[in-house]
Structure formats: C-alpha cells, structure tokens
Design a protein around this ligand. Structure first.
Ligand SMILES: Cc1cc2nc3c(=O)[nH]c(=O)nc-3n(C[C@H](O)[C@H](O)[C@H](O)COP(=O)(O)OP(=O)(O)OC[C@H]3O[C@@H](n4cnc5c(N)ncnc54)[C@H](O)[C@@H]3O)c2cc1C
Ligand SMILES: NC(=O)c1ccc[n+]([C@@H]2O[C@H](COP(=O)([O-])OP(=O)(O)OC[C@H]3O[C@@H](n4cnc5c(N)ncnc54)[C@H](O)[C@@H]3O)[C@@H](O)[C@H]2O)c1
Length: 469
C-alpha cells in the first residue's frame, strides 16, 4: 500500500476486538484498513490466553504423569525439558496465528491489513499516522488497542517483570515472587508451581481471586497451598525492590513491621490498564474515564462522534469473547449508524489454573443481597466421574431464585470447571427454572453431573416434588 491511504473505517489494533471489528466493517461494505503495532492476533494470541493455555496443558500433562502409576502404568519420573516446552508454546502460537486469525475471511472481505506498523496515533480527528510513514485519512475510527499491565509505583519496579516476561524465561526459575492474585497472577503461580518453581503469591487484598465467590477464593487458596504455593493474603505494602545476587528482593511492611522476600524472579500482575499512551487521543477529541480507559456509551461510541472503541481498551469485562462481540457491535454502529446495543444474557468467566475455577452470575453474597435464593453445593468427591478419574477436589455451587426457581448463578472449582460453567451459562441465559434443568438426562459419567446433582439439591430445597411431569 502507498503511504497515503483513504478509508471508510480504520481499525487500530488487531487483537480479538480489532479482527472482529475489521471483518464486520468490511462485510458491511466499508473500505476498511486494519493497522496494528505488532502481529495480527494481538496480546491474546501472543502473550495471553494462547500461551497460557499451552503452558497450562504442559502443567496438566505433568500432573497426569504423576497419576499414571495408580493405573498400573509405570514410566518413571517425568523430566521437564523447558526449552522444548517453550518450543511447543511457540509452535502453538504459530499454529493459532496461521489457522485461527480469520486471515482468509479478512482477505475475502477486502480488509487491508497493516501489521508491525508501530504505535499508530491520531494527528487530527480523521488522520492516523503509523510506521513507516503511513498516513491514513478515515471517516470512522474504531480503537481496539487493548491493555497493558499496571506497573508497581515503587523504587526498583524495573526489576519486576510482567506475565510477558514470565512466559519468556529460558529456564524454570528456582523461585518466584508473584505479586497480585487476580486471574493473571493465579495463572502464572499455578503454572510455575507445577513446573517446579517455589512460588510465593502476594495478594494485597484479604483474599485471592477477589472477584470470585468467597468459597471459590477460599478453596483455591487451600488448593494452591496444598500444591506448595505460599499464599500471602493481606501481606501489607510493598516498599521497594532491590537487586541481589540470587535475583530480586522485595521489601514490604505491615503494621510497621518490615519484612523481605527473595526469589530468582519477580512478576507483577496488579491490574490491566488501557493501552492509550501513544494514541494521542486528545487530537481526536476522545476522552478517557477516571480509570484511564476509553469512555464509551452503550453503542461503543466515544466522546468523538466518529470514533468508536472496543475490547480491553474500554475497561469493561476484559475477556476474548467480549472483545469479539464489542468489535462486531462497534463496527455495526460505525458503518450503519444503527445505534445497536448488545447485552450478553450471561457472562461465564473461568481460568485454567490447577484446579480450574469458573463463575457465572453473581456471587452468593451478591445474590443474597439482591433477592431470596437457595444455594446448593455439591462436591466432586461424591460424583462418579471425578472419582473414576482421581480428581475428587472441588465443588459446584448453584444459586437459584426462590420465587422464580430460575438458575441465576453457579460457581465451580475443580477439574473441567470452565467447561461445566458453559452448561450452567446456557441455563442462566435461558432463565431456566431448575425443575426444567433436572429433566435433562445429562450424560453419565461426566463432570457436568456435579451440576446436575446441585440442581437436584436445589429443587429439593425448593420443595419441587413432581420433577417428571
Ligand atoms: C495472562 C493473560 C491470560 C488471559 N487469559 C484469558 C482467557 O483465558 N480467556 C479470555 O477470554 N481472556 C483472557 N485474557 C484476556 C484477553 O487476552 C483480553 O481480554 C483480550 O486479548 C482483549 O482483546 P483486545 O482486542 O481488546 O486487545 P489485545 O488482545 O490486547 O489486542 C490489542 C492490539 O492492539 C495493538 N495496539 C495497541 N496500541 C496500538 C496502537 N496505538 N496502534 C496500533 N496497534 C496498537 C496491540 O499491540 C495489540 O496487538 C487473558 C489476559 C492475560 C493478560
Ligand atoms: N482466564 C482468564 O479469563 C483471564 C486470565 C488472566 C487475565 N484475564 C483478564 O485480565 C484482567 C486483568 O487481570 P489481572 O489479574 O492482571 O488484574 P486484576 O485487576 O484482576 O487483579 C489484580 C490483583 O492484584 C492485586 N493487587 C493490586 N495491587 C497490588 C499490590 N501492590 N501488591 C499485591 N497485590 C496487588 C489486586 O488486589 C488484585 O487482586 C482480568 O480482569 C481478566 O478480565 C482473564
């Protein structure tokens, strides 16, 4: 392409939000240019869920290998060849990039893709500049720039890596200070603990995974401790980091008492910020909100009439499926001016730690605050498939509205929790009464049977007697 280009729609960033936006805009007939700083796929493909899931698979396989002897299969101790594992992760990332980035569809729809374009920026409301010397004049712009990790505001923070550095190590670190126990921190801690690293997980708040149901936080902390992770909730305040021969030292204080912790590697995952630094949003009249994310309305329109935003950069639910839906919606509104809105009927969230955890709907505390509910909890230890597979740890908590009998929430810890949550999500989205759910003869023996048992439990609590009418 030439260095000067005109477009109906310019999409900035080619993560899940940008890919979806560009495809939709082009399919609606707009001349669309997709400009991205690095490779198509964005953070999601290169540093987020894809490598995480590949590493989690390695951790799972190691764990499975330890169980082989119980089934009479003796292969000796597993030995980890870390460079080969990293090679496999790179292979997976490349395979996903080749097969799963909708390149054929984008090409067929006529999207002009500009990869490795550096940081694109507005020079005026309708002009975008990127490397090397690209100048785009666009009628509409969709900002899909994603996010970046928050940096600890303390001396020595440059000694602390992000999740990106955690996946880039060339040998298994002997020890790790993992700072922040949200979804990312829990994931990094879980993977490295399984690979043999001595992990200390520092959470400033009173519990890990603070956005999960309290029982999920508690059981996950117990499981992490059982796996050898030193979990420190409410540990105090970090004062500084220092370089030491063995790696890095963290100095922190609680109630006036100063303590230190040392490890070969320190990684922080203390929150995710909008990646807007280089965009020069002011030149386009695009406002950010008090939290620094691009301010959008329900139609994903920013404060500038012709600029839309989608995905993590807007700071709402920061997940791939939401980024994809956002991109579609923003492009629809940008091209057609329809003013369409989208409100997902359910938002399943889950993570690939060991054990997995997942949620759909409000926590028990939130649900009880808002209405009368019954809460039914079943344990994996009482369900046939987890017993067969030797995976008895975990629970499934189902929350049902007492008045309508509708399934409104489910919280799960245990093997395949994320998959089980998808079934619960469909029931929640359908506002399905629990007596209808229990009529579904779920396949046996499956992990989803734990959800079936929880539904039966809830129905009993509600006094539903004639299940089979
Ligand atoms: C460790 C980790 C694990 C995760 N696991 C999961 C998971 O299991 N499931 C899930 O659903 N979500 C997961 N997420 C969240 C998920 O990755 C994000 O919600 C998703 O990537 C957001 O997509 P996006 O398109 O908004 O942004 P991104 O994927 O971040 O893509 C944005 C793109 O824009 C580019 N860009 C930024 N600024 C500019 C600019 N000025 N000019 C040009 N290009 C620019 C960036 O380089 C990037 O390529 C995880 C996140 C992390 C960090
Ligand atoms: N499997 C998944 O779906 C998945 C995985 C990773 C990330 N994500 C997405 O990325 C988003 C960001 O995740 P995240 O984990 O990076 O951030 P987060 O905001 O979810 O969690 C950050 C954690 O760090 C803690 N913290 C903050 N300051 C601290 C300090 N100084 N010392 C110690 N702890 C501190 C917070 O209390 C919080 O628990 C998530 O909300 C999620 O949407 C999803």
């Amino acid at each position: 392409m030439t260095s000067e280009e005109n477009a109906d729609v310019c999409v900035l960033g080619a993560g899940p939000a940008g890919l979806s936006a560009a495809l939709r805009a082009a399919r609606l007939g707009a001349r669309t240019v997709l400009v991205t700083r690095d490779a198509v796929g964005g953070m999601a493909a290169a540093e987020g869920p894809v490598p995480v899931r590949a590493l989690a698979q390695a951790a799972r396989l190691r764990r499975e290998a330890r169980h082989l002897h119980r089934y009479g299969i003796d292969v000796g101790d597993s030995v980890l060849d870390f460079p080969r594992l990293l090679g496999r992760v790179r292979e997976v990332v490349a395979e996903v990039a080749e097969h799963s980035m909708m390149r054929a569809e984008l090409a067929e729809a006529g999207v002009i893709i500009v990869e490795h374009a550096g940081t694109a920026r507005f020079t005026d409301p309708h002009t975008i500049e990127a490397e090397p010397g690209l100048r785009l004049h666009c009628d509409k712009v969709i900002v899909c720039a994603g996010g970046t990790n928050r940096v600890l505001p303390v001396p020595g923070a440059e000694l602390v890596g992000s999740q990106r550095d955690a996946w880039a190590v060339t040998s298994v670190p002997e020890s790790l200070l993992m700072i922040g126990a949200g979804a990312t921190g829990a994931q990094v801690a879980s993977v490295f603990a399984e690979l043999g690293t001595r992990v200390t997980l520092f959470e400033a708040g009173p519990r890990i995974l603070a956005t999960e149901d309290e029982d999920v936080s508690r059981v996950m902390a117990e499981a992490f401790r059982a796996a050898g992770i030193d979990v420190r909730e409410g540990f105090g305040r970090i004062e500084r980091f220092e370089k030491v021969p063995a790696g890095v030292r963290m100095v922190y204080a609680k109630d006036g008492v100063v303590e230190t912790a040392e490890a070969s590697l320190a990684v922080a995952a203390i929150g995710w910020l909008a990646d807007t630094a280089g965009l020069n949003l002011g030149a386009a009249g695009v406002d950010t909100n008090a939290r620094g994310y691009v301010q959008v309305d329900a139609e994903l329109r920013t404060s500038a009439e012709h600029v839309f935003a989608a995905g993590d950069v807007t700071g709402r639910l920061m997940l791939v499926p939401h980024a994809v839906q956002d991109g579609y919606l923003a492009a629809t509104n940008a091209v057609t001016g329809r003013g369409a809105r989208l409100s997902p009927p359910a938002n399943p969230i889950g993570s690939f730690t060991d054990p997995e955890y997942a949620q759909i709907g409000p926590t028990e505390a939130q649900a009880r605050h808002d209405r009368d509910v019954v809460v039914a909890t079943e344990h994996f230890a009482d369900v046939v498939r987890p017993i067969i597979d030797g995976r008895p740890a975990g629970f499934c908590k189902l929350i049902v509205d007492t008045t309508t009998h509708q399934m409104i929430a489910c919280h799960i810890v245990g093997e395949r929790a994320v998959e089980i949550a998808q079934v619960a999500a469909v029931a929640v989205a359908a506002a399905m009464p629990v007596e209808q759910f229990i009529r579904i003869p779920l396949s046996f023996p499956t992990y989803t049977n734990v959800l079936g048992r929880a539904a039966l439990n809830a129905a009993r609590q509600l006094g539903v007697s004639d299940f089979w009418d």
